[in-house]
Design a protein around this ligand. Sequence first.
Ligand code: NAP
Length: 421
Amino acid sequence: MKTLKVGICGWGNVATGMFNAIESNNNYITKAGVDINIACIGARRDNPKCNPGATPIFRDIFDIPEQDIDVVVELIGGVEVARELILKSIRAGKHVITANKAVIFNHGDEIFAEANKNKVKVLFEAAVCAGTPIVKMLKEELAPNKIKKISGMLNGTSNFILSNMEEGNEFDDTLELAQKEGYAEPDPSFDIEGVDAAHKIGLLSSIAYGSSLPPKDFYIEGITKIDKKDFIYAEMLGYTIKHLAISEDNEDKIELRAHPALVSKKSYLANLKGVRNGIEVDTDLIGKIHIAGSGAGQESTASGLISDIIHLANSNEDILNVVSSINQKPIKDFGEFSFQYYFFIEAEDNPGVMASITTRLAEESIGIESMVQKDELGKNIVPIILITDIFKEDKLEGIKDKILSLDTIKNLRTIRIESTD
Ligand SMILES: NC(=O)c1ccc[n+]([C@@H]2O[C@H](COP(=O)([O-])OP(=O)(O)OC[C@H]3O[C@@H](n4cnc5c(N)ncnc54)[C@H](OP(=O)(O)O)[C@@H]3O)[C@@H](O)[C@H]2O)c1
């Protein structure tokens, strides 16, 4: 059995989960051929929720890489201090395991290049969907495949909020509930603005397609503009609404985006509700693979971190890290994408209003696949719901402006439709 000496940096939630899981699940870990020895902890204060026993604590986390250990587990979060700590660990000849998506998203290429120079590994399974396995699966189990597309709900808070809105609840009430249940941070902006999901798909895209870290600009939109009424109309048309993060290999360019989308109610992703993360990977040899599980929380994250420790102990130390910016293809400009769109329009209930909308669309050569006009919203206003034919994203804002310039139109919002064939 191989013994690995581990130094933990950061002594919060996830570190507590990992420390406890190494103790409680030691039988399973040793069955995998590894004895994990937590040799030291870097913590600037004691942790009332975890007693480290005789394990020495260093008040300066930067002392940890200098100890007699094999691997530094970085659990401080944030970007710049974490980068410095990881680089110091690498230069001290220590392998690094991290749950920190932000530091790998922003500095991954620099970190991997430095790790290769120093012949150590940097592993980050827990940074994407916590313990739900996807990083090593993409790197290894799926390595013989061409990965055609990766799509999924990579943020548990957004999926929880949208699932509750689908049941008829308001966005604000559901966000409050998510905070009460501990699914959302006190400042939830990274979750609801789509940034957390964007970080995760950026990491998966770098593994699958070699897009750089950080990726050049890509389109990120959160869930704050979705209204609970959109679920009712989407359902009538055979769809529900999910926040999707997507990366796709498109011949000479890589598609990368994170935004809400209507998805067919019959699709796998449509049926994953609540705080769970779900990913669909479309491959050439196996076809579509589905993975779902808890994407946050100290226990799930501990599972991802420990799986990296086991992997490190059992893998060939000569195989190092892939620096993604080698052989990278450019990221496709978002304006070049084409979608079908859901249009929700509030219009005055006057004769001719529908004709004026269809005329505006026809002027841009945009057809309508289906249309629903519902009862009055009050004050002579009716909702009109359209599903358009496919058109290019760079036309969207101009078309919205044209429709909104009609005196009879009071409100308009659009959601892209994701093809899930
Ligand atoms: N929580 C999850 O469900 C989850 C899931 C996947 C990934 N992650 C990632 O895991 C990492 C840790 O998250 P967490 O939830 O455990 O956060 P946390 O509870 O806030 O713990 C962070 C710990 O790091 C310490 N720390 C931060 N900066 C430090 C510094 N400069 N020097 C010394 N100590 C420092 C903090 O100390 P103080 O208490 O003194 O500030 C705290 O003990 C983050 O990168 C996060 O994105 C978390």
